[in-house]
Design a protein around this ligand. Structure first.
Ligand code: ADP
Ligand code: ASP
Ligand code: MG
Length: 408
């Protein structure tokens, strides 16, 4: 007998037929004698719909009320999933994040998990019941509902698997596993049998929404090996785990595209020590993370700074900057949409020439590169959003990741 955590995402529970399908799959695991914890998301589209309603009523909704609202989506699906299991004769009980003792910090809409007691989950499993846990939600020390950031049901699943020391953690979704690129954008993308935490983390942080980046970070920290697989078939998925030596043989494992970035140019900054610190401190204080940064060489005592932020954070960043410089400083601010294409691979540590191949491929396709950033295992370029999908396909081919090139 094993303890299995199975997470089903929004499209997997999108309507009653799909919920029935999830129940049937869970029944198979339960009938085989396993203890099963099921983590579910809100039905696909529900969380976005709730965000839309909140913003229609108030462009800057209170974050505590936002969590009260958004946690509703998952509460609908846990109850429906329990009912679907009952209809199949499987004993099952639903639990909210609070009932499962998922304690977080009090930072609404992006809370971090601090401790998991599990509530009565173990007892329920011992008594033969399937436990259905609401993803994406927890509670703060003073009992308020918190949510774990968009895509946070992945984190709920990994965290409960770690807390219960589950034997198996499966992230069941609408693709067969982790591919070398988003298969919706790159039809020739290949499914990976396995991927290292670090690579999965870089892909997730660079726009591959197949896994929430914080969930991967948590899995790496607590060494939770997990599998990303389909909710709709039994094909083997992708195992995400600690790096093994042979993974370095592959230079680039995947390509990610993030279409939701913005480029900010701050000009007429005083060209003197401390300006960059003041600028980026003001943005950090506004709770915005900055990614690629380019500083132009100063001229006539003035300098420009160009960087990227998530598109939804542009106005917060602008407010932060405005608070750090007096109007008399004459600092100018402009922003435009940008897309980020990233190539990721642990093999980059031991192979050279990745940047050259990437830039060559983009040059041949006449794609202009606006910004570049690198890490030990990743190179990202900021480009015009209109070029982004085509550029992703070109880069994917340039690193011989296409299905057709597998045998060559
Ligand atoms: P869920 O609702 O199950 O959490 P998501 O929509 O959050 O599912 O994530 C699955 C989607 O991630 C896929 O439908 C796919 O379009 C996208 N995706 C992006 N990058 C990748 C990748 N490298 N491999 C697989 N899927 C990817
Ligand atoms: N329902 C939440 C979201 O849409 C959490 C999740 O689906 O993982 O972000
Ligand atoms: Mg998701």
């Amino acid at each position: 007998m094993a303890l299995i955590v199975q997470k089903f995402g929004g499209t997997s529970v999108a309507d009653v037929d799909r919920i029935r399908n999830v129940a049937a799959r869970v029944k198979v695991s339960h009938d085989a004698g396993n203890q099963v914890v099921v983590v579910v998301s809100a039905r696909s589209g529900v969380t976005n719909e709730l965000v839309g309603r909140a913003k229609a009523l108030n462009p800057k909704p209170d974050e505590r009320e936002m969590d009260m609202l958004l946690s509703v989506g998952e509460q609908e699906t846990i109850a429906l999933t329990a009912m679907a299991l009952h209809a199949l004769g499987v004993p099952a009980v639903s639990r909210t994040g609070r009932e499962a003792g998922i304690l977080t910090d009090p930072v609404h809409t992006r809370a971090r998990i601090t401790r998991i007691s599990g509530g009565d989950i173990r007892e329920q499993l011992e008594s033969g019941k399937v436990v259905i846990l609401a993803g994406f939600q927890g509670h703060s020390p003073d009992g308020q509902i918190t949510t774990l950031g968009r895509g946070g049901s992945d984190l709920s699943a990994i965290a409960i698997a770690a807390a219960l020391q589950a034997d198996l953690c499966q992230i069941c979704t609408d693709v067969d596993g982790v591919y070398t690129a988003d298969p919706r954008i790159v039809p020739t993308a290949r499914k990976l049998d396995e991927i290292a935490y670090e690579e999965m983390l870089e892909l997730a942080s660079s726009g591959s929404k197949v896994m929430q980046n914080r969930a991967v970070e948590f899995a790496r920290k607590f060494n939770v090996v997990f599998e990303v697989r389909s909710s709709f078939n039994n094909n083997p998925g992708t195992i995400v785990k600690e790096e093994v030596a042979s993974m370095e043989d592959v230079v680039v494992s995947g390509v990610a595209l993030d279409k939701n970035q913005a480029r900010i140019v701050v000009s007429e900054l005083p060209d003197q020590p401390g300006t960059a610190a003041r600028l980026f401190q003001s943005i950090a204080n506004a709770g915005v993370s900055v990614d690629m940064i380019v500083q132009n060489i100063g001229r006539d005592g003035k300098a420009n700074m160009t960087f990227t932020v998530p598109r939804d954070d542009v106005s917060r960043a602008q407010e932060g900057i405005a608070s750090a410089f007096a109007a008399s400083d004459g600092v100018l601010f402009e922003s435009s949409d940008i897309a980020k294409v990233s190539v990721v691979g642990v093999g980059m540590r031991s192979h050279s020439g990745v940047a050259a191949t990437l830039f060559d491929a983009l040059a041949a396709a006449k794609v202009n590169i606006q910004l570049v950033s690198t890490s030990e295992i990743k190179i990202s370029v900021g480009i015009n959003p209109e070029d982004a999908e085509e550029a992703t396909r070109i880069v994917h081919s340039a690193f011989q990741l296409d299905t057709a090139s597998e045998s060559s």
